[in-house]
Design a binder for this molecule. Structure first.
Ligand code: GLU
Ligand code: MG
Length: 449
């Protein structure tokens, strides 16, 4: 796909605007749009953006980060291969962008470039990561300033599915039209809670599509007079919204799933075990990237199926790293692991890039995972838990960010500019929300993610 192809397709689709989309350190999706006249030039040289945006928190409060003040400009340069016509926004298309310095080099803060660097490190080992996201979200109407769930149905209830059916029909069509596709849908446990899973893709494309999917869920809901929230804990008393990330390592040419070993009882190869061991070794810090908001830690609590203790297990939904059993007849294709300690308030480039950095450390050091946990870890005696290293994951956003800062593998992978600005932005959110009440927390997350 070239700039010319995009312009031709945009023209044929009758578009008036094409959004240049990005996700910043605060995990929100933002955009600047180009009109059709001049689009080709803007694809080549980008749209200007103040360098300050990467120091902006999800409260739109600019943080004091060196080099990210009122003076200075980066270019938002789109990747033409990500071009989509947006079915839910009249005459609008979108592309994902890189943040590029004026000299043409990727900006050190650019999260999308970070993920490309991590993919590059895997490529040196002849491998690529495939990832798939499972988005849980809550559908609500706004009544007298309060978000009210559209249903109070049971888990997997068809009554809840019926309550959402017109929205859902349009959502599935919109995802298909954007060549994202959908694997499964069901109504989830929480009131108004629904879940879709999208197909696995190479890491960068998966992260790009995760942003398009988040946009599509919210965009389609809004056409139905609904508010869709992907916030980790939309209501304090209701089930949390996870955004589990399934992952597997493949030969770079896609010829073989390197996570799969026919002869292993659980079908996990040695390489998969080392990768998983790396993820576990860095899990507290990884939480700072994959479950990064204040609201995230009202979701990650024991016995809410989000995974609250550092451990892995087979088909264990209380383990933050779950190895699902393979599908009979599709053993190789279905061998994968799942990171449950992840939600959609994360920047997916950082979540997946961090996952790769952690897994790579496991590969490089040839780590072996600890004994898998095949029961609910909360039911294991505390002393035994401690002895087995099954420690509690960070219990607050502040703890997760401290764990990230203390993790030299993740910090080195991010580099000082990205890591520094990220921590400044996220820590400012902790300061704001930890001083506020539940209503302030909900207002700051429900309709932003
Ligand atoms: N809602 C749970 C979470 O917060 C996940 C439930 C499940 O799908 O296992 O991650
Ligand atoms: Mg679920």
């Amino acid at each position: 796909m070239t700039a010319e192809d995009v312009v031709r397709q945009a023209d044929e689709a009758g578009l008036r605007l094409v959004r240049f989309l990005w996700c910043g350190n605060d995990g929100t999706v933002r955009a600047k749009a180009s009109a059709l006249p001049g689009l080709e030039g803007r694809i080549q040289s980008g749209i200007g953006l103040t360098v300050a945006m990467q120091a902006m928190s999800s409260l739109d409060q600019l943080q004091p980060v060196e080099g990210m003040g009122p003076v200075g400009e980066v270019r938002l340069v789109p990747d033409p291969s990500t071009f989509r016509v947006l079915p839910y926004a009249p005459h609008v298309g979108a592309m994902l962008v890189d943040h590029v310095q004026l000299d043409g080099e990727p900006a050190p803060v650019d999260q999308r470039s970070f993920l490309k660097r991590m993919e590059g490190r895997l490529a040196e080992r002849g491998a690529k990561l495939e990832a798939a996201f499972e988005n849980e979200f809550s559908l609500a109407t706004l009544v007298d300033g309060r978000y009210v769930p559209i249903d109070s149905g049971l888990c997997f209830s068809t009554i809840s599915a019926t309550a959402a059916q017109d929205f859902l029909d349009e959502l599935v069509a919109a995802l298909q039209e954007q060549e994202i596709g959908i694997e499964q849908y069901y109504s989830e446990l929480g009131h108004g809670q629904h879940e879709i899973s999208t197909p696995h893709r190479p890491a960068l494309r998966a992260a790009d599509e995760q942003l398009l999917t988040r946009e599509t869920i919210r965009g389609v809901a809004s056409r139905h007079g609904l508010v869709a929230s992907l916030a980790p804990k939309p209501w304090p008393e209701n089930a949390g919204n996870g955004c589990h990330i399934h992952f597997s390592l493949w030969e770079a040419d896609g010829s073989r799933n390197r996570f799969h070993d026919e002869s292993a009882p659980d079908r996990l190869s040695d390489e998969a075990r080392s990768f998983v061991a790396g993820v576990l070794a860095h899990l507290p810090g990884l939480c700072g990237l994959a479950a990064p908001s204040f609201n995230s830690y009202h979701r990650i609590i024991p016995q809410y199926w989000a995974g609250a203790f550092v451990c892995w297990g087979h088909d264990n939904r209380e383990a933050p790293v779950r190895v699902p059993s393979v599908f009979r007849g599709m053993e190789e294709a279905s061998t994968n692991a799942e990171l449950k300690a992840a939600d959609a308030s994360s920047n997916p480039y950082l979540a997946v890039g961090g996952l790769i950095a952690a897994g790579l450390d496991g590969l490089e050091r040839g780590l072996e995972p600890p004994e898998p946990v095949e029961v609910d870890p909360a039911t294991i005696d505390e002393k035994e838990r401690e002895a087995r290293g099954i420690v509690r994951l960070p219990a607050t956003q502040a703890e997760a960010l401290d764990a990230l800062e203390a993790d030299s593998v993740l910090m080195d992978a991010l580099g000082p500019v990205l890591a520094g600005s990220y921590l400044a932005v996220r820590r400012s959110e902790w300061e704001a929300y930890s001083a506020g009440d539940e209503a302030f927390e909900q207002a700051g997350h429900f309709s932003k993610y």
